[in-house]
Design a protein around this ligand. Structure first.
Ligand code: ASP
Length: 246
């Protein structure tokens, strides 16, 4: 598992990779930000830091579920690397059977992001933005593979203008430094949040690869994706709530 967090106005950040026993990787990312002189800890060093900080640790068995074992088996049989999709629920959440067929590749479900990567972007009353992303990565990834989620600027980024969290094929997100790109076009081209998200998804990202959620310091909320769908939700202090998939 891996995760990262960034506090926009102060440009502070923390990230972790290669975790196998930390129950909530995002809490460890925050401790890296708050309690170390570094930005990013990985593998044995990150686990050691977790033990020293007393964060909740679990046996690795805790993360092994029947569903995940099944997905891994399918991915290995297909010699494929998968996002962790649960498309069998497609028809039950509003998609048609025809859509479900289109979403198959090698007989496996593809192209919907991503029940087990969790991203969060927030803005407070003062317009301070922050972003965080946590993931188990891709099913059947190589040992040692690091995705976009812990990489500041790729899967996660926050500045004094905006906070962004991405999901999808990490390699595509890394190539386009997707999260930072949204902030950059706002900063350098003067685009508003919606324009920036549209521009970046259309011009920077390989087709069908990923999506992102974003908030601006003015309290605007945007999401953009070039996949078939992306699970997302939005909540405001005054009780407004909205969820979406397509
Ligand atoms: N972006 C994640 C990764 O490539 C996967 C995902 O978002 O589902 O590790």
């Amino acid at each position: 598992m891996e995760a990262s967090i960034m506090d926009g106005p102060k440009r502070r950040c923390g990230a972790v990779s290669g975790l196998t026993t930390v129950k909530n990787p995002i809490s460890l990312a925050r401790l890296v930000m708050d309690k170390t002189p570094h930005s990013y800890l990985g593998f044995a060093g990150a686990e050691e830091f977790a033990r020293k900080q007393g964060v909740e640790l679990v046996d690795n068995e805790y993360f092994i579920t029947e569903d995940n074992v099944g997905m891994l088996k399918l991915a290995k049989e297909a010699n494929s690397i998968l996002f962790d999709y649960r498309i069998p629920t497609l028809t039950t959440c509003g998609g048609s059977a025809a859509m479900e067929n289109q979403l198959q590749m090698n007989g496996l479900p593809i192209s919907l992001y991503a029940p087990e990567t969790v991203g969060c972007v927030v803005v407070d009353k003062q317009g301070h933005c922050a972003a965080a992303t946590s993931t188990g990565g891709l099913v059947n990834k190589m040992t040692g593979r690091i995705g976009d989620s812990p990489l500041i600027g790729s899967g996660t980024y926050a500045s004094d203008l905006v906070a962004v969290s991405c999901t999808g094929e990490g390699e595509a997100i890394i190539r386009s430094t997707l999260a930072r790109e949204v902030a950059a076009v706002m900063e350098y081209k003067g685009l508003n949040l919606h324009e920036a998200v549209d521009y970046v998804i259309k011009t920077r990202l390989d087709e069908g690869k990923a999506g992102l959620i974003a908030v601006s310091k003015n309290g605007e909320v945007a999401c953009g994706f070039n996949t078939t769908g992306m699970f997302r939700g939005c909540a405001t202090e005054d009780g407004f709530m909205e969820v979406g998939v397509w």
